[in-house]
Design a protein around this ligand. Structure first.
Ligand code: NAP
Length: 468
């Protein structure tokens, strides 16, 4: 519960321009409420040319601490009494801590990213890293990687001169030679005999231009074992989808945002925030993002994916009944709209046309669908674009099933176009082998459905999705 504002209330805040879309109040006000601390956090929109007055005014008003965001992370430095050594090297400050006679500046972005990576068990020490971008955030990332013992950081940027500038500065400041600049278009020159941790620190792919990515070549992603995108809006970027499609692990930047805030809070209040408290705040942040998405009608759907015969339709119908939600089946929708069965569409128009129909169907659902059960055609998640749309639609549940179960269930089914011809059992095995990792990468939740009755499967879905 939030503390009552009274004569003892301490004030923290964010200065920047713009600040209207910040998530920071959710972080700090949740932490303060959780601790029962009498503190409030407020965003302040500071107009160009008013930064000095803003910092001095805040100090005069006994403000406990400030976060600083674009465009003032560098500009604020002359107005500080003191600056932390690493923040000075990075040349950017995002946190001001009240000290006697003025504010001291820190850079918690860099420490926040490190803490987020540690929490996901991502190693930096000894790693070969590809860093995409050479802007303000990438600079801090380059410092973090070099100072945490990366073996090599390949710094790729559209503007090569900027990559060279950042590389030279980080190498010089940290007395290393591990940062290697490269033009973005020269990514094929990266050594091919190794796999990389890739950190996406450009602004490409940020909402609303969610379809954009700096490198589209699928071969590039084959060389990435882990991808970390600093962007957190959307939570599933195209970069992340490409990493996953190539079999790697992928993470968004929301935890980096969380931990940079937590470190600032710890500096202001001289406390240590536990992982339990951190996760409570993380839940709050996700909820805020979820609410925003829900307002656009894009959330809270439960999406069922899996191989033909895995039970999407039969479980979906029962789930819709139990949760009192309507169910939509993409195959049936497409059949109805085209007045043809799937087999006829395959026969007359071809598979490619059918796959395009599926994408159009998802796009329409994204506009209209909310709080529904959506059962997807078996081949729908194979298309990368469709996997991205699925993530935006809601929680994706994959029904994992063995070839033996499918063969037993589909033994007498002659309506499946992909299973016509000789030796359908062999076809199922081959298709399942080819598809299972793609289904897994598309899923938020995996349910093993072999030998389980409907009630057990429904209970498992409801528990894991957190519904009812
Ligand atoms: P910035 O200083 O403006 O840098 C932008 C970078 O993106 C530059 O490297 C720029 O390349 C590149 N870029 C922009 N448009 C491009 C295009 N069309 N093609 C290729 N490259 C392009 O921004 P920043 O402050 O570093 O922020 C970068 C991203 O990190 C933002 O999306 C921000 O939201 C995110 N971020 C997240 C957190 C977090 O807590 N999760 C914290 C900080 C930042 P050029 O040099 O060639 O222009």
């Amino acid at each position: 519960m939030r503390q009552q504002i009274n004569g003892h209330t301490r004030l923290c805040g964010l200065i920047g321009n713009p600040v209207e879309h910040t998530m920071s109040p959710a972080i700090h006000n949740t932490l303060a409420a959780g601790e029962g601390r009498n503190l409030v956090y407020v965003p302040f929109h500071v107009e160009k040319g008013h930064l000095k007055q803003a910092v001095e005014g805040a100090y005069g008003l006994n403000v406990l601490g400030l976060n600083v965001t674009v465009p003032y992370k560098g500009e604020v430095i002359p107005f500080l009494k003191e600056i932390d050594e690493m923040a000075e090297k990075i040349g950017a400050v995002n946190t001001l801590v009240r000290t006697s006679g003025g504010f001291k500046g820190y850079n918690t972005d860099m420490m926040g990213l490190y803490r987020a990576m540690c929490s996901e068990h991502i190693e930096i020490e000894g790693e070969e890293i590809i860093l995409l971008g050479a802007g303000g955030a990438a600079r801090a990332v380059a410092f973090m990687c070099a100072s945490k013992g990366a073996k090599r950081v390949w710094l790729l940027n559209r503007t090569l001169d900027k990559a060279k500038e950042v590389a030279e500065e980080v190498n010089q400041q940290l007395e290393t030679d591990c940062i290697m600049p490269l033009a973005m278009e020269d990514y094929k020159k990266l050594p091919k005999d190794r796999r990389y941790l890739a950190i996406q620190a450009t602004s490409v792919g940020l909402y609303p231009k969610v379809d954009e990515v700096v490198i589209t070549d699928a071969d590039f992603y084959q060389r990435i074992h882990t991808g970390f995108d600093l962007i957190y809006k959307p939570l599933e970027t195209r970069f992340m989808s490409l990493v996953r499609a190539a079999g790697g692990r992928a993470f968004h930047g929301l935890k980096m945002l969380l931990y940079q805030g937590i470190i600032a809070y710890e500096l202001w209040n001289q406390v240590s925030v536990s992982e339990e408290e951190a996760m409570a705040v993380y839940g709050q942040m996700k909820q805020e993002m979820g609410i925003e998405d829900k307002e656009k009608g894009k959330r809270k759907n439960i999406i069922l994916i899996g191989f033909m015969g895995s039970g999407k339709t039969s479980v979906g119908v029962r789930l819709s009944y139990r949760l009192r939600r309507t169910m939509i089946d993409t195959d049936k929708t497409i059949e109805r709209q085209n007045q043809m069965t799937i087999s006829q569409i395959f026969e007359r128009l071809g598979e490619e046309e059918f796959r395009q129909m599926e994408t159009r169907c998802l796009e329409r659902l994204l506009e209209e669908s909310e709080n529904q059960i959506l059962s997807m055609g078996g081949g729908l998640p194979l298309k990368e674009e469709n996997r991205r749309l699925l993530k935006q639609l809601g929680t994706v549940v994959y029904f994992r099933v063995t070839a033996e179960t499918i063969c037993a269930r589909l033994a007498d089914d002659t309506t499946r176009p992909l299973l016509q011809g000789d030796n359908p059992q062999e076809k199922v095995r081959t298709l399942l082998d080819a598809r299972s990792s793609i289904y897994e990468s598309a899923a938020d939740i995996i349910i093993d459905v072999d030998n389980k009755d409907f009630d057990t499967i429904l209970d498992e879905i409801i528990e894991k999705v957190g519904e009812e």
